[in-house]
Design a protein around this ligand. Structure first.
Ligand SMILES: Nc1ncnc2c1ncn2[C@@H]1O[C@H](COP(=O)(O)OP(=O)(O)O)[C@@H](O)[C@H]1O
Ligand SMILES: [Mg+2]
Length: 524
């Protein structure tokens, strides 16, 4: 007789990561017809910009969305870049293997982190259209590779077919994904707004966009400065746990614990490492790979007892106030714009981050959509645009620390009516480890230090806006006053002159003086 357990456990199976995400595509942002399409664009565009920046070139990106004739929900999405290109042997793993990439094991600020971005799009295309993705890429060595890629879901492996090689001088990558059951719309959540937001936060990026109806939009770059290449940053002892330490210990080249701690962690000198070993009762000459869990725990707590410099922030790459302003100016054409870049802070004890904020008033600020579109009218209002490491966050707005911070502010104190103001508020959180609320990476968790910084940053820009609005009201009042004088003074002058029986005086200089219009701008 078989036991019940034996019977039940016959069904016990192992699943691959791909299988998991095939069933849970929503976790990667593939939920809803508009959002799913935007997610594909997001994955392609973030990879393109990351790769171009790592290559050290100004990103030039082309995005084309083609609709299949007579099929409203069937598209081909094409994203092309001018970055490094991908070596042929890596094509299957880049596009067909989940949790694989060049970014996951580095502690560095980039848009991608987990290695499930573009492979997620390939998967989504495959499960909705049944078609492989097409990749065309060249590393600039004269060979252009073209291949179809599909994911073998059971094995979490990429399979390439129809490989062709052509000769040609070009460097970059072009990914084409065929997808069904999605909708194209020029709404707040659609690709157009996503790209517009990308352009604002990345004034060095040049984007060419072709919509399904053939409309061509070029989002010109506002600067030709290539951002500094991202630098990997070692972890700081304040931010690590025992498990992190043991993983580092397994992979280190250092031969003893002291040199291991000082080589793999930031702000740890040999002297500090010795001090920590002593406090933790760990032999300093021990081989790192032989550290036990208990020893790791003692080291982590010993680090809390010694004095250390705060984590380095050299690896953070904020946009910078000047670039935020030029980005906002380029896209929104506002009457007023102001941006700030806060000093680095840490959360959870050791994870550095920087908050940046910008505010734009007038022009097309506050209008998320283009009015020539049939789907949605551009309306005035207060628009919040959120970014993490310069990548737009469009979804899950409600659960995001940036939204919470904005809502906690009493806007009327800054002279703003949130319902009617023509305003765009910009917030970017830069960190090698952004505390996202989920794998979809669309909202930032309410870490108290992060929330606090965002609030402070918003208030700082709001204060400048208040000054501007105040000045504007004053100028208006003066102009109105001038109007009154202009209207009545000549009549009074005429009447008075005739009463006094003298020649009518020239009142122009007087008018200027009383109205103060001429010098209103400088005064405030
Ligand atoms: N356009 C591209 N150019 C060069 N390399 C790329 C490009 N797109 C993706 N890659 C490589 O493929 C890896 C996997 O990409 P992805 O699945 O989006 O994960 P992530 O961006 O989180 O690392 C990246 O880490 C990068 O090494
Ligand atoms: Mg990616």
């Amino acid at each position: 007789m078989k036991t019940m357990a034996e019977e039940l456990f016959k069904e016990f199976r192992e699943h691959s990561v791909s299988e998991f995400f095939r069933k849970n595509a929503a976790m990667l942002g593939y939920t809803g017809k508009i959002r799913s399409l935007t997610t594909i664009i997001h994955e392609g565009v973030t990879n393109a910009i990351d790769a171009a920046e790592e290559t050290g070139v100004l990103p030039k990106i082309v995005v084309i969305i083609k609709r299949f004739d007579e099929e409203p929900e069937h598209f081909r999405v094409i994203i092309e870049d001018n970055a490094s290109g991908i070596p042929e042997e890596f094509i299957p793993n880049v596009f067909g293997k989940m949790l694989a990439g060049t970014k996951l094991h580095r502690y560095m600020q980039s848009r991608g982190q987990q290695g499930i971005g573009v492979s997620g799009s390939v998967m989504f295309g495959q499960i909705t259209s049944g078609k492989p993705a097409t990749v065309i890429t060249s590393t600039g060595n004269g060979d252009i590779i073209r291949a179809d890629v599909m994911i073998d879901v059971d094995r979490n492996e990429g399979k390439i077919t129809n490989v062709e090689k052509h000769k040609g001088k070009w460097r970059g990558t072009r990914v084409e994904v065929e997808v069904k059951d999605v909708t194209y719309m020029r709404s707040r959540y659609g690709p157009f707004n996503y790209l517009r937001m990308t352009a604002i936060a990345n004034p060095h990026v040049h984007i060419t966009f072709v919509e399904p109806d053939g409309t061509l939009t070029i989002l010109e770059s506002a600067t030709d400065k290539v951002p500094e290449r991202p630098k990997p940053m070692p972890l700081h002892p304040w931010g690590i746990m025992s498990d992190d330490l043991l993983i580092l210990a397994k992979h280190t080249k250092s031969r003893n614990v002291v040199s291991f701690l000082s080589a793999e962690l930031s702000r740890v000198s040999k002297r500090k490492a010795e001090e920590v070993c002593k406090l933790a009762s760990v032999p300093p000459k021990k081989k790192p790979s032989e550290l036990t869990w208990e020893e790791a725990e003692r080291i982590v707590s010993a680090f809390k007892q010694v004095k250390l410099y705060a984590p380095p922030t050299s690896g953070l790459r904020p946009i910078g106030a000047a670039d935020i302003e030029s980005g906002m100016r380029q896209i929104l054409n506002p009457e007023f714009v102001y941006a700030i870049n806060r000093p680095p802070k840490v959360y959870r004890g050791g994870l550095p981050f920087i908050v940046e904020a910008g505010i734009a008033y007038g022009g097309s600020a506050g209008k998320t959509t283009d009015r020539k579109n049939e789907n949605e009218e551009g309306e005035a209002g207060m628009e919040l645009i959120r970014f993490a490491n310069r990548a737009p966050l469009i979804f899950d707005q409600g659960g995001c620390a940036i939204t919470t911070a904005m809502r906690n502010i009493d806007w009327r104190r800054y002279g703003v009516d949130p319902a009617a103001a023509q305003l765009t508020l910009f917030v970017n959180v830069a960190s090698a480890y952004v505390p996202y609320t989920s794998a979809g990476k669309q909202s930032i968790a309410d870490e108290p230090e992060v929330l606090d910084e965002i609030r402070t940053a918003i208030m700082e820009v709001a204060r400048e806006l208040r000054k501007f609005l105040y000045r504007k009201i004053k100028i208006k009042e003066r102009q109105e006053r001038a109007g009154v004088f202009e209207q009545h003074l000549p009549i009074i002058a005429k009447k008075a002159a005739s009463l006094a029986n003298v020649k009518e005086p020239d009142i122009k200089p007087l008018l200027k003086k009383v109205s103060g219009v001429d010098n209103a701008e400088e005064e405030s």
